[in-house]
Design a protein around this ligand. Structure first.
Ligand code: ZN
Ligand code: FE
Length: 767
């Protein structure tokens, strides 16, 4: 009778949890909570979801569900929870016989929505484990558990089980297997579980790949770094080139060997104290820095910092991350607390991730290699983020941030192949969109091969049978060419519309907006190079309501690498003689461009804000030639020091129903300031202010005529923080609702996401 009473009080629920719930220690977590709240039943992975059958008292069930949903394991990301009340409560017999809670073996269901956890930084408990002398994890570089370690980079296929990862090559020893099988262990079903006895091993080699015999490869590597040597070190998503961040000679050697003259090098600091010593750090920036995604965070350099200039020439910011694997942690000591950690590649090529290829390609750059025998299946660069107005804004999605799954309207299976530079791909299925890692500039050597490899892997992983391919309208992009070669239905999306939709989709905006898209290069509907665009539109379509007035720029692709060509073009357009104004160049060179402009040889029409920034940078002597993408504009922003409210006069003209921002007055204002020998820092600020003011005025005009109050800011030029903040704040002041990209890159890394959502909106309407 006593049991009978209890069974009446009990209730039963089936709970289905969707999201990143597998491979993150969810089942042992549920098991432990079930024990805490005296719950009977089972937990099981079904397809991509976690299913719990639970019976207990009403109060206990309530607390149990709350405990699971409100504070899930740290790597879990819950997308949806479904609770179904079961009338057929467990019978007396079932209750007595099942008076415990069990973890059932995985079942697989092909049609379930798939989620994959990104790689995660070593957790504090694992970092403690590697300090424990006398254990098989003491100083063991591959220590991990269900809360941390490699995931996406080692997964070959789903379901996430050891045989489908690159850890398949290693057989767990008895102790590891015991942890793996023990439901209350932190390493219960931790697929990459291993220790020094049974797991991957590190080794040190000469630059030619010849192994060096030594007791402790890490200790040896540290010694070499202290001596100023350059090491190629295999990490989570690929190789890094590493040297002491305080050793000027080593840094210069690395730059010379890598043929990387000016582009900033990323740093890894021993701990947060070291970061604070060299950079300003807000609370939010600190949180992002220590999160288990461990991105490179762009931080403001402290003026007094005494670091080698070679880390980031002419920059007032530094890109810093914290150690994210036990291996990284073990590289640091009191003396060696700051390392250069730049992607292990030859400039332009994809990051190296295979041992033999790394040695083949990097032997002239690295003095030594610190490698291991755990294969990286899919490479991913470090992610790059910054904090803007207290919000994390991702500039490059890579390790720790990939893959990124977001809910979407369409149930269709679509592949969007993105742009040409900073390429990413995006796929959709079952109402979810998945964004890939950064794949670099496709026209660079081997990047296109890598693009195809990742595309194949990505579509296999998420089991995509594409009905449709989406690409940019630029005919020469390799991604466009790829799409055209496939035997599939295709749709194209204009570059800046894709930028606009990338921002709308991430902020769940469906109605019409004013899109302000400031960009370097993008193919326009009229064949011109667009990039200073004011659109009215929604996800499906747009109207070009305004733009920066066209200028004829000479030099084709060369003009992007040689900002002085932009300066000559702008000066010629407003009737000034460039030869008298531009400094530091042979007059003959300028004359050739002038003549070509007159004849219209190798010229293109441009409304690109990027090219306008280039022109101004060259005009005021900041930079005539660049060695990395966006360099002139970046340096132009960086020279702004003091608070300047002034601006140049500007004007807007309406021609054939389209608003044009005229540049003549702005350029002439700058020329006057140059004559007056005004400080370049002030000229730069005034120029930024002018662009911002003119843009805001144009947006206000559009609000008048269109009655739209929502503004979306996107495009690579908005990586310029001064400009983004200025435009954002001015618009908010005028009562606009303003959005900019946050989780989706504001640069071309966001194009595939925008393309996919533009097309899925069209398909939803058409049904
Ligand atoms: Zn072991
Ligand atoms: Fe773009």
């Amino acid at each position: 009778m006593k049991y009978r009473k209890e069974s009446i009080d009990n209730i039963r629920y089936i709970i289905k949890i969707y999201g990143i719930v597998q491979g993150v220690g969810f089942r042992p977590f549920v098991y432990n909570k079930a024990k805490d709240f005296k719950i009977f039943g089972w937990v099981e992975n079904v397809g991509g979801a976690l299913v719990i059958d639970c019976t207990g008292t009403r109060a206990n069930i309530k607390h149990f569900i709350e405990a699971i949903v409100k504070k899930p394991p740290s790597l879990a990301k819950i997308e949806k929870v479904q609770c179904t009340f079961m009338k057929n409560e467990l019978s007396f017999d079932e209750l007595v016989n099942n008076s415990n809670f069990i973890i059932k073996k995985s079942a697989n269901d092909k049609n379930q929505t798939k989620f994959v956890s990104p790689d995660a930084a070593a957790c504090p408990k694992c970092l403690e484990d590697i300090q424990r002398k006398g254990t098989s994890r003491y100083r063991y570089a591959f220590t991990n558990c269900t809360e941390c370690g490699p995931r996406y980079s080692i997964i070959k296929a789903l379901p996430y089980d050891r045989p489908y990862t690159t850890m398949q090559a290693f057989t767990m020893c008895r102790d590891c297997q015991k942890e793996y099988d023990d439901p209350i262990s932190r390493r219960f079903h931790a697929q990459p579980n291993c220790c020094a006895k049974c797991g991957p091993k590190l080794f040190l080699t000469e630059s030619n790949g010849e192994q060096i015999q030594c007791e402790d490869a890490i200790k040896e590597a540290v010694k070499l770094l202290e001596e100023g040597k350059i090491l190629a070190i295999k990490g989570l998503g690929g190789f890094h080139l590493v040297c002491n961040g305080r050793n000027e000679q080593a840094i210069n050697a690395l730059r010379n060997r890598k043929h990387r003259r000016d582009k900033p090098l990323a740093l890894m600091a021993k701990d947060i104290e070291v970061v604070k010593e060299i950079c300003h750090l807000s609370e939010k920036e600190k949180q992002v820095l220590i999160s288990n995604k461990r991105p490179i965070v762009i931080l403001k350099k402290k003026a007094a910092s005494i670091l080698p200039e070679g880390i980031a020439p002419k920059q007032n910011k530094l890109g810093i991350m914290l150690p994210y694997t036990p291996l990284h942690q073990l590289l640091f000591n009191e003396k060696l607390n700051l390392l250069i950690m730049t992607s292990g590649n030859i400039s332009g090529m994809p990051i190296e991730y295979k041992n033999e290829e790394a040695v083949a390609h990097l032997s002239k750059v690295a003095d030594y290699f610190l490698m291991h025998d755990r294969d990286i299946y899919i490479p991913a660069d470090d992610s790059v983020v910054r904090v803007i107005q207290g919000v994390e804004a991702v500039i490059r999605r890579g390790r720790g941030y990939t893959p990124y799954a977001v809910k979407t309207e369409t149930k269709k299976q679509i592949i969007a192949v993105g742009g040409e530079q900073k390429n990413t791909i995006c796929v959709s299925k079952n109402g979810y969109t998945y964004l890939s890692q950064y794949l670099g500039d496709l026209e660079e050597f081997n990047c296109y091969e890598n693009f195809k490899y990742v595309l194949r892997h990505f579509t296999n992983l998420f089991d995509i049978n594409a009905e449709l391919l989406v690409h940019d309208i630029h005919p020469a992009y390799l991604s466009t060419k790829y799409a055209k070669e496939q035997n599939l239905k295709r749709m194209e999306v204009q570059h800046h519309h894709a930028h606009m939709v990338s921002c709308m989709a991430e902020h769940s905006i469906y109605d019409a907006v004013i899109g302000v898209i400031f960009d370097g290069t993008g193919f326009g509907l009229d064949g011109a190079v667009w990039g200073g665009e004011f659109f009215i539109g929604n996800r499906e379509s747009f109207k070009r309501a305004g733009h920066l007035e066209y200028v004829s720029i000479q030099g084709g692709e060369q003009a992007i690498k040689e900002p002085w060509r932009c300066a000559v073009s702008y000066l010629q357009a407003i009737g000034n003689d460039p030869s008298e104004i531009i400094q530091g160049l042979e007059v003959e060179k300028i004359e050739v461009v002038k003549q070509a402009l007159d004849l219209g040889l190798n010229c293109f029409f441009s409304s690109s804000i990027g090219r306008l920034f280039d022109a101004v940078a060259a005009l005021i002597g900041v930079r005539n030639n660049i060695t990395y993408d966006g360099q002139a504009a970046i340096e132009l922003e960086n020279i702004i020091k003091e608070k300047v409210e002034e601006s140049y006069s500007w004007n807007i003209e309406k021609r054939n129903g389209v608003f044009l921002i005229k540049y003549k007055d702005i350029i002439e204002g700058i020329l006057k300031d140059i004559q007056r020998k005004e400080l370049v820092s002030k000229i730069s600020a005034k120029f930024h202010n002018s662009v911002s003011e003119a843009s805001c005025a144009l947006v206000c005009e559009l609000r008048e005529t269109e009655g739209i109050n929502k503004v979306v800011l996107s495009g690579g030029v908005f990586e310029n923080q001064y400009l983004l903040r200025k435009v954002y704040e001015s618009l908010v002041e005028r009562g606009f609702q303003v959005f900019h990209n946050e989780q989706i890159p504001i640069n071309d890394g966001g194009l595939s996401f925008g393309q996919l959502h533009a097309v899925s909106a069209i398909m939803e309407r058409e049904g």
